[in-house]
Design a protein around this ligand. Structure first.
Ligand code: TMP
Length: 213
């Protein structure tokens, strides 16, 4: 790891049921098998404070939550995650894999909930110290298909189909704007095929950043 200056930050994004968490976990297993130093986090969550905020956000009893309140809670959880976990890990050259990050806020709170994009851009930068992933996988799947994949029970998951279609479109817009960072992968492909694609892209970026595999 001589040539490595800072760790690599990799995020997974997509609608619920897209298979992004499965792909993130498989990548983490691969990193462990290759003895590459890493951490795995989820946003919101992965810190004591963040997990509490996550529970408030996803609790069905939080139904009356205003969109602005929801936005600030996601940002609050992300700040804690960034300062407590992600930045320290990157500093000691670890690879950080996250299940969601700031792009989720654009897709869900801006595109689907119609909060102003410019404001969210400023808040996002402030909340997470301007940190952006080096590589983002968007696991893209038709919002109608996601239902086949499991139970959807929490406050966000039980939103309308129209809402989830908006989220998917939002992701596409964001990925189109940041083509260098995004890899859009087809969530309908078999898990192992997708994993192969993920590893190919990850190997590429690790080599570029000076990691030896
Ligand atoms: P997860 O179940 O995929 O971990 O995500 C938690 C839920 O929170 C999911 O419905 C997406 C939503 N979410 C937002 O609405 N905005 C955000 O900024 C983040 C990180 C997640």
């Amino acid at each position: 790891m001589h040539g490595v200056k800072r760790g690599v930050f990799i995020s997974f994004e997509g609608v619920e049921g897209s298979g992004k968490t499965t792909q993130a976990r498989k990548l983490v297993d691969w990193l462990a098998a290759n003895r590459l130093p890493h951490i795995f986090v989820r946003d919101p969550g992965s810190t004591p404070v963040g997990e509490k905020i996550r529970n408030v956000l996803l609790d069905k009893e939080s139904r009356g939550m205003h969109a602005k309140c929801e936005l600030f809670l996601f940002l609050a959880a992300r700040s804690q995650l960034t300062y407590e976990k992600i930045l320290p890990a990157l500093k000691v050259k670890k690879i950080v894999v996250t299940d969601r990050f700031a792009d989720s806020t654009f897709a869900y709170q801006s595109h689907a909930r119609d909060l102003p994009r410019r404001l969210i851009a400023v808040f996002n930068r402030f909340a997470s110290a301007g940190l952006k992933p080096d590589l983002t996988f968007l696991v893209d799947i038709d919002a109608a298909k996601r239902k086949e994949r499991g139970k959807f029970n929490d406050r966000m998951e039980t939103e309308t189909e129209v809402y989830h279609q908006k989220v998917r479109q939002g992701y596409k817009v964001i990925a189109g704007r940041a083509k260098k960072r995004f890899r859009v992968i087809d969530g309908e492909k078999p898990v192992d095929v997708l994993h192969g694609e993920v590893i190919r892209h990850v190997k590429e970026i690790l080599a570029r950043k000076g990691y030896k595999i």
